[in-house]
Ligand binder design. Structure first.
Ligand code: AMP
Ligand code: MN
Ligand code: MN
Ligand code: MN
Length: 285
């Protein structure tokens, strides 16, 4: 099954509209698609309606920003009900700190010489309440601070670099609770990206499972072959379903296009077999 269960539109830090993503997913042979914008649900109605015209099975998603033991962790919710009030209110609270954080990032970047950092980042932000590091990264590329966004992140926008601003997101158990309440399946996004020890990762997975989390991304745009092996083993150890995702953001930026990730390895249970998703997908056809 060519499933792609994590990507971004211009409602967060992707550059394509939900309609353009649906068309691109279909053209790339995706058979099961989820849009998972950061901390908001605004693109889901458009994504669902275009997926449906293209005959593409679609799952409503979101990627929630979490702070766990001082590190940022992303939790994807799949199959959530976009009309669920507590989830909407929760995401509003997660988003509420972004603007002040952006002003502080702009201040730090302007000290380095970046011109009109805040206004320029806002020019890139399709959704002003979702302004984030990717929008600043695009500004720094435009102004010649680095050759591409991944170099900007490495040199400016991660902890220990001059443009990084600490931020407190929501708690792990809270994000999982919003997802479960809204009828979804909670998935740890790109576990290979967190700069934490193996012991801490196991602790994270244990807390996530205790909170009701059911899956991890085994295949992700940020995983190489060795991470795919590591996380398929850990998925089996912890009894997690496995998700497959590109985490596609933009044609010129993302290492993996929609639907072009490696297949899930044998021996893991695909997340679309989780009862909550199986039920929704059965009802959709
Ligand atoms: P924010 O939620 O504003 O902190 O931004 C997080 C986003 O920054 C992620 O969802 C990615 O899109 C992007 N990002 C984080 N680290 C990197 C990286 N090393 N290279 C490219 N993009 C990154
Ligand atoms: Mn992103
Ligand atoms: Mn993420
Ligand atoms: Mn993402």
């Amino acid at each position: 099954m060519n499933a792609d269960l994590h990507c971004h539109s211009s409602h967060s830090d992707g550059v394509l509209s939900p309609a353009a993503l649906a068309a691109r997913a279909a053209a790339n042979g995706v058979e099961l698609w989820a849009l998972t914008d950061h901390d908001n649900l605004d693109g889901l109605a458009e994504a669902r309606s275009h997926a449906s015209s293209l005959g593409l099975a679609f799952v409503d998603g979101v990627e929630i920003s979490v702070t766990w033991q001082g590190s940022t962790v992303h939790v994807v919710g799949l199959g959530i009900d976009p009309g669920h009030g507590p989830l909407q209110a929760g995401l509003r609270s997660v988003r509420s700190g972004r603007d002040l954080r952006a002003l502080r990032m702009a201040e730090a970047l302007e000290l380095l010489g970046v011109r009109d950092a805040y206004a320029n980042a806002m020019r890139h932000a399709g959704n002003p309440s979702l302004v984030g590091r990717s929008h600043f990264a695009r500004v720094l590329v435009e102004q010649g601070y680095a050759g591409d966004v991944s170099a900007v992140f490495r040199d400016y926008l991660v902890r220990g670099r001059p443009g990084y601003v600490e931020h407190q997101w929501t708690a792990l158990a809270q994000a999982v609770a919003w997802i479960l309440d809204a009828g979804g399946v909670a998935v740890i996004a790109h576990p290979g990206r967190y700069r934490i020890s193996g012991d801490q990762l196991r602790l994270l997975f244990g807390e996530f499972r205790a909170a009701g989390g059911e899956a991890i991304e085994v295949v992700s745009g940020s995983h190489g072959d060795s991470e795919v092996r590591t996380f398929s083993r850990l998925a089996r150890d912890f009894g997690f379903y496995a998700s497959r995702a590109s985490d596609f953001h933009a044609p010129d930026e993302s290492p993996i296009d929609l639907g072009r990730s490696a297949p899930l390895p044998d021996g893991v249970e695909p997340v679309w077999q989780a009862p909550a998703l199986r039920h929704q997908l059965r009802c959709a056809v």
